[in-house]
Design a protein around this ligand. Structure first.
Ligand code: 6R9
Length: 649
């Protein structure tokens, strides 16, 4: 095996895993040679009300992009996650909840979760919600967030979860885009010992005059903190569910009925409402969860992602619950009250599988090994990573220190749009190379293309595309199919464009090199440079702004903003502070700029396009090697920026 060091599959793991190397090769082969047959068989892993006869109806031709799976079958996703387990595992723990305060935890069995979901589903109906309505969920990491999602699925309402760290403006934008009729929130969230004013943010979002569709707000009482009450609109979760019946039939849904909308950033415009449907999504979520994490009955599985992200949808809720698993949900931060917290939780709940992000791993690594010395983590058997490329140093530390050189690491590459994991090792099948997401999952056909869209073979580097559909793929952008087509199917004709670059080595392993477009990845969170720029220029003193990413030790990428002020406005440290606060308020804390540099002028082409390539180089401290600058309208602008760079912080 070439390319850095590699870790062979341990024989004892291969022996008992769902897939060893031979099984992987056979199944993968079958899945790409005969996808219809493969998915006809594996489509049976979920319970259908009316079985499907059609498997795959797909066109990646940009004239008529259509993606359907199992399209004449019907099912209910919530019934698959709950009802079908009641006979065999009703008393098994479905969700272990760990509070922000380490003294707070609870376990919810499948039977209890089923009852809570049925009650809340009836509560939603009592507020006028019907099949096809959109419900916005803005919740902290409490069991009720899962209950809310599953209750929507039960009655056929489409949920749109908005991350609890987003601002009132961001909530409003998402509500307006999908015309949601109802918002579910909590009085306050709790994270790292601090309270987060969720209800207040919703109140503020709803004052936006363009929000016209929201009729009701259901408020879960998490802290009992003071909230403003609008009695024509606001209703308490506990009052509604007390009155509600614990019996609620699951709505029969078509495989292609939408299950949820999730907003994600792209290189241009406002965030897109990525739509996932019911049948294919669930088949893919459950199958990847089983094989990638080698999930076995009785395993305790912990995914640290927030429900506000796709990872929280697929691998905190839908995948594990569809498989009858025990999933741990943590309200707090992985490093609070101190950096041993994550390992403390592993020991306390005897976690077997831990799925987290490189940024969390790097933050722990920066603390050294001392804080985790008192924990033993002996329950762990598998580690996972997601959200951004994991650098080999962080990989090795995760492997050696957290996993005691005992646990394989699955570095899983995928996206909001892909619904589930696409490129990943399987623990019983794949020799690991630190930093490589390795090989495709069943049914996934990755390829590399040059900038002209020609497929390039062998060991090489290029744009990562996917050549054919898989059941978990997003079907459209909510309300704007044309944008879906434009974004994913026109850059390279007949293929799904991922927006990522990748290298493939001699062993056929993929190494994701990061985004090739103007999307930032800050602590594993996707952010469009255009969104941050438009927030910036909304400030009265800002004439123009350009945002780029730069290498950051912990976050992977940091946010670097070049700001041109309006004539007559003096720059100052206070103004920098104010602009940082401004972006936090406009978008949310995750979009806070790390570095602001005053830019009396921005490097532009003669046609007025900002040359981000140059700005990225300056931000990364690579000023010696700026590349071709011949198209610059005014080269002195660049010299000035480089000279000023010393004062950037
Ligand atoms: C699941 C999720 C997607 C973008 C994706 C890529 C980056 C995710 C990665 C990874 C390298 C991995 N990304 N996992 N890069 N290795 N294992 O994160 O979805 O929030 O939509 O982000 O994240 O750049 O295009 P999402």
């Amino acid at each position: 095996m070439s390319d850095n060091n590699s870790y062979p599959v341990r024989a004892d793991i291969a022996q008992q895993a769902w897939a060893d190397e031979t099984t992987y090769r056979e199944m993968y082969q079958q899945s790409v040679v005969n996808p219809e047959g493969f998915w006809r068989e594996h489509g049976q892993r979920v319970d259908w009300i009316k079985p499907f006869t059609r498997v795959k109806d797909v066109s990646f031709d940009y004239h008529r992009v259509e993606i359907s799976w199992f399209k004449d079958g019907t099912l209910n996703v919530a019934a698959n996650c709950l009802d079908r387990h009641l006979d065999t595992r009703g008393d098994q723990t479905a969700i272990i909840w760990e509070g922000d305060d380490p003294a707070d935890d609870k376990q919810v069995s499948y039977r209890e979760l089923h009852e809570q979901v049925c009650r809340f589903a009836n509560a939603l109906k009592s507020q006028g919600i019907r099949k096809g309505d959109v419900v916005t969920i803005y919740m902290p990491m409490v069991v009720e967030a899962a209950v809310a999602m599953l209750a929507c699925a039960r009655i056929g309402a489409i949920h749109s979860v908005v991350f609890g760290g987003f601002s009132p403006d961001a909530i409003a934008g998402r509500i307006i885009d999908c015309n949601s009729k109802l918002v579910i929130t909590a009085d306050e969230g709790v994270r790292g010992g601090r309270r987060v004013a969720l209800k207040k943010n919703v109140d503020e979002a709803l004052t936006n005059p363009a929000v016209k569709t929201v009729e009701k707000v259901i408020v879960f009482q998490r802290t009992g903190g003071d909230v403003e009450w609008h009695s024509h609109r606001d209703v308490w979760w506990h009052e509604l569910t007390q009155l509600a019946s614990p019996h609620c039939p699951a709505e029969e849904m078509n495989a292609e009925d939408p299950l949820f909308i999730l907003y994600t950033s792209g290189s241009t415009g406002t965030p897109k409402g990525v739509v996932h449907t019911s049948g294919g999504y669930l088949v893919y979520a459950s199958m990847t969860h089983q094989y990638v994490f080698d999930y076995k009955d009785g395993d305790v599985y912990w995914c640290t992602a927030d429900v506000g992200w796709i990872t929280g949808h697929t691998y905190l809720i839908y995948g594990p619950l569809a498989n009858g698993g025990t999933t741990l949900m943590c309200e707090g931060l992985p490093n609070w009250p101190d950096s041993s917290r994550m390992s403390q939780i592993v020991d306390k709940h005897q976690v077997n599988i831990l799925y987290t992000a490189p940024t969390a791993i790097r933050a722990l690594m920066a603390e050294g090994n001392a804080p985790i010395a008192g924990t033993n983590r002996s329950s762990l058997k598998l580690l996972g990573s997601v959200g951004e490329p994991i650098n080999p140093e962080a990989w090795e530390w995760y492997y050696k220190t957290i996993g005691d050189e005992r646990c394989p690491i699955v570095d899983t590459w995928w996206q909001t749009e892909t619904g589930g994991i696409m490129i990943t090792p399987l623990p019983g099948a794949t020799a690991l190379k630190p930093g490589s997401a390795t090989r495709p999952f069943f049914g996934v056909l990755p390829a590399l293309v040059d900038n002209m869209g020609n497929i390039i073979e062998g060991a090489t580097e290029g744009n990562l595309v996917i050549l054919d559909s898989w059941p978990g793929q997003s079907r459209t952008v909510y309300g704007d199919h044309e944008r879906f087509v434009q974004t994913y199917f026109t850059t390279f004709k007949g293929m799904y464009t991922t927006g990522d670059g990748a290298r493939r080595d001699e062993d056929g392993y993929y190494w994701i090199t990061g985004r090739v477009d103007d999307v930032l990845n800050v602590s594993g969170h996707r952010m469009g440079t255009a969104e941050i720029e438009s927030a910036m220029v909304a400030h009265e003193h800002v004439a123009e702004a350009a945002v780029v990413g730069y290498p950051h030790d912990i976050k992977g990428q940091g946010i670097y903003v070049y700001v041109t002020l309006n004539a007559g406005i003096d720059d100052s440290e206070e103004l920098k502070k104010e602009l940082r606060q401004w972006v936090r308020r406009e978008i949310g804390p995750i979009a806070t700029p790390d570095i602001i540099q005053w830019a009396p002028g921005l490097p532009k082409t003669r046609s007025g396009k900002i040359m981000r390539r140059i700005l990225r180089k300056i931000a990364a401290d690579e000023c010696e090697n700026l590349g071709d600058t011949s198209t610059l309208a005014d080269p002195s602008v660049v010299d000035n920026l480089i000279a000023d760079r010393a004062n950037r912080r």
